[in-house]
Design a protein around this ligand. Structure first.
Ligand SMILES: [Zn+2]
Length: 325
């Protein structure tokens, strides 16, 4: 979609003025003057002759880096591919200075580190579990004393076409329902907590899961208060073996497994505990927008969250919803 700086500029214009250019200074509507220089990100009003910047209010504002470089960075940052180091980014785009690459990624990342505040669950059951992230630093030996506890919650959603799929599957395979293929992970929440204590777990749940939701957990006693708190608690009986826990909480376990792979692979496991929440937020940001790449892309660039032109919406039909305003 964005072969060159011109295409990027056209996109910025379309997002900012979906119904055509309107001068921010005098309010006149109509085709503006366009400059032919390579780096033009400015339109000039034919009425009042004032310039309007395409990048005003975005993170690209007052940057001398070409638009296409920013767009590449935003693309790499918001897709599910493992994030890039600044050095890789610099090499891939042929940037002269390492600092430029570093600053671009840094600014884009800042757009991802924002807490997600709406409640998850509701009609969708929620799987909740804890995991340990990080590990003993060199020379400290084994044990979990320097690992950080992370609690996670993920929605289990049923595909809209689940019944059709089940019916099709039954035709092909006698007797049986492909349950795993009928559900998928919905929204995710991850939080660093100081331990597995009931207080930590229940306050996380209150903050993130809608009252009345069904919550699936293992048999840990820290979750015993859930029914009192107004949740429908689907707990695995105490003493359940690991295989049972796996089939009871498949989605949150998969999330934890992928999270650890990302931390080890892209960040070489070197995340200080006091920075971990920021990385969890980045992970959650990408995960929750994996069906809406255009929304995530706009969001990290700091483009106003408004409805996109239909041509882009059509590209992502199916799971498409309008960005929240
Ligand atoms: Zn004007």
């Amino acid at each position: 979609m964005f072969p060159d700086n011109d295409a990027c500029a056209k996109y910025l214009e379309a997002v900012r003025w979906p119904g055509g250019f309107v001068c921010p200074a005098c309010g006149i509507k109509g085709e503006p003057y366009r400059f032919k220089t390579r780096t033009a990100v400015v339109l000039r009003c034919r009425g009042c002759k004032k310039n309007a910047s395409l990048t005003a209010g975005t993170i690209i504002q007052s940057s001398h880096t070409p638009l296409a470089t920013w767009f590449w960075g935003a693309y790499l940052m918001t897709t599910q591919t493992p994030g890039q180091s600044a050095l890789q980014f610099q090499r891939q785009l042929g940037l002269t200075r390492y600092e430029t690459a570093f600053q671009i990624l840094h600014k884009l990342r800042a757009g991802m580190v924002r807490p997600e505040r709406d409640s998850i669950g509701g009609e969708n059951p929620v799987e909740i579990d804890e995991c340990y992230v990080g590990g003993a630093t060199r020379g400290e030996g084994r044990g979990t004393h320097h690992k950080t506890t992370v609690v996670g919650a993920v929605e289990v959603r049923t595909r809209k076409d689940a019944e059709d799929r089940a019916a099709k599957w039954k035709e092909a395979h006698e007797g049986g329902i492909p349950t795993k293929k009928l559900v998928y992970a919905g929204r995710l929440r991850l939080k660093v907590v100081s331990g597995k204590g009931a207080d930590n777990l229940t306050s996380f749940i209150k903050e993130n899961v809608a009252a009345g939701s069904t919550i699936r957990t293992d048999g840990w006693q820290g979750y015993n208060d859930l029914p009192e708190m107004g949740y429908s608690h689907d707990s695995l009986v105490l003493g359940g073996d690991p295989d049972k826990a796996e089939s009871h909480l498949p989605m949150i376990h998969l999330v934890f497994s992928n999270l650890k792979t990302w931390i080890l692979g892209t960040h070489h496991g070197r995340i200080a505990p006091h920075h971990l929440q920021a990385y969890l937020n980045e992970y959650v940001f990408r995960f929750n927008r994996r069906f809406y790449p255009m929304t995530a892309f706009n969001s990290v660039l700091g483009l106003a969250a408004r409805a996109l032109p239909p041509t882009y919406a059509q590209l992502y039909s199916g799971e498409w919803v309008h960005p929240a305003t």
